[in-house]
Write a protein that binds this ligand. Structure first.
Ligand code: ZN
Ligand code: ZN
Length: 414
């Protein structure tokens, strides 16, 4: 087990650099019962830092699974009003929201994907208002992870439960830089690097990106006024926070009608507890017109059919192949980690903040600007050390952005 001291360092990092909790602010935490020890460390630290109230939404993998197994369909397809109100009330009060994720990636593998899709859709519909708070950075929010037994043993199948948990703790601590003397300072420096990368890309203002790798040959237009983001974000109230820890990406949005060609996944995608693996999507004018998957094709189909926007892209993220997550050599079966090992795109909703003036645009204006909308936003990974990316400027000139999975642009000596 990782020491109490290291867990306290991690908790403090999540509160200061993650959600950047302010004195007198409320904190809402989503966490699992299995992670109660760590979650309580976070809660106590939050009060010490001046939180006025800490509310925890406890979850549990077994309870989630039993609900799918035993509850009648109409219950699965419903999202309780009180839960919506709870989230809206904390958001309206300007609370910070910290999600501590640790789900078993195989939890729902034997559950009918139609049922899972139905539940996911109901939740997404019910939480439309709350999602505006997070996706538009109206409040500060952050997602971190801690190990749980089932998840750890998925990553380290040959180890005992206890050893697997210890190994996963070790990996996470390193990846989130908590093994360093001063993790908060380490994150300040890391955020600076990501800032330089996004500034270089914003200066370039590419009209189009072209991706080439085995199984991938994709042309992606970027909307006029697109913005590259990455690392820390700034909330509406001007508070700097880190939505994801770890994060190694700079990201923007593809034009919802401007994606053509084929992209192949390079890592399995854990979607709502089911795995989709070795899949290929073919796009025409932004929409998926063909797809296949070696594993989880049904789940992929349901994901694409969530709504109109689920078969279009809402995010493009660039991650160099030598990121600490990639260097760990581990496959986490968890998007928070795996997406930070690899270039990825997301099916579904785009972050309106990735285009100039996007947060204030109406749905029609967003559509016109090429900003995709959907109930869903699901990242999947297509980066590898074989990925090359070219950037095409407005005048048609082309230059290398990535070669062999890493930066070809000079982002270190801007
Ligand atoms: Zn991303
Ligand atoms: Zn994403």
């Amino acid at each position: 087990m990782v020491s109490q001291q290291i867990q306290e360092k991690y908790a403090e990092l999540a509160l200061r650099t993650g959600v950047n909790l302010q004195k007198g602010q409320a904190l809402m935490i989503n966490s699992s019962i299995e992670g109660a020890d760590f979650t309580k460390i976070v809660a106590k630290k939050a009060y010490e830092l001046g939180a006025k109230d800490v509310h925890i939404n406890w979850g549990d993998d077994d309870l989630t699974l039993w609900k799918y197994q035993y509850a009648p369909d109409e219950v699965i397809g419903e999202f309780p009003e009180w839960r919506v109100k709870l989230h809206d009330m904390y958001a309206e009060d300007g609370a910070a929201v910290l999600s501590i994720r640790s789900t078993n990636p195989d939890l729902l593998k034997d559950i009918d994907p139609t049922k899972v899709a139905k539940a996911n859709k109901a939740a997404a519909q019910a939480m439309t208002n709350f999602r505006k708070y997070t996706m538009n950075d109206k409040i500060t929010w952050s997602i971190i992870s801690i190990p749980t037994g089932d998840w750890a043993q998925k990553i380290f199948p040959d180890k005992s439960r206890e050893d697997a948990i210890a190994s996963l703790w070790e990996a996470i601590i390193k990846i989130v830089r908590v093994d360093q003397e001063d993790p908060i300072k380490a994150w300040d420096e890391h955020n600076e690097t990501l800032k330089t990368a996004r500034e270089v890309l914003n200066d370039k203002n590419y009209k189009k990106l072209v991706f080439k790798a085995p199984g991938t040959d994709l042309e992606m237009e970027l909307p006029e006024g697109h913005i590259w983001k990455g690392g820390s974000a700034v909330s509406e109230k001007g508070i700097t926070f880190n939505p994801n820890m770890p994060t190694e990406e700079v990201f923007s949005m593809p034009h919802k009608y401007g994606v053509n060609g084929t992209v192949s996944s390079t890592k399995p995608l854990n979607y709502g507890g089911s795995l989709i693996d070795n899949f290929t999507l073919t796009f025409k004018d932004g929409k998926v017109v063909d797809f296949k998957a070696e594993q989880g094709e049904d789940t992929l189909k349901h994901l694409l059919e969530t709504d109109e926007g689920a078969s279009r892209l809402g995010e493009i993220a660039l991650v160099p192949h030598e990121s600490p997550v990639s260097q760990s050599g581990l496959l986490f079966y968890n998007t928070l980690f795996d997406e930070n090992a690899s270039c990825h795109v997301a099916l579904g909703k785009a972050y309106p903040t990735n285009v100039k003036g996007g947060s204030a645009m109406s749905d029609e204006e967003l559509d016109k600007a090429g900003v995709n909308d959907s109930l869903t936003h699901v990242d999947f990974m297509f980066g590898s050390e074989q990925l090359d990316i070219d950037g095409v400027k407005a005048d048609g000139t082309t230059e290398a952005v990535f070669r062999n999975g890493t930066w070809a642009l000079d982002i270190k000596n801007k």
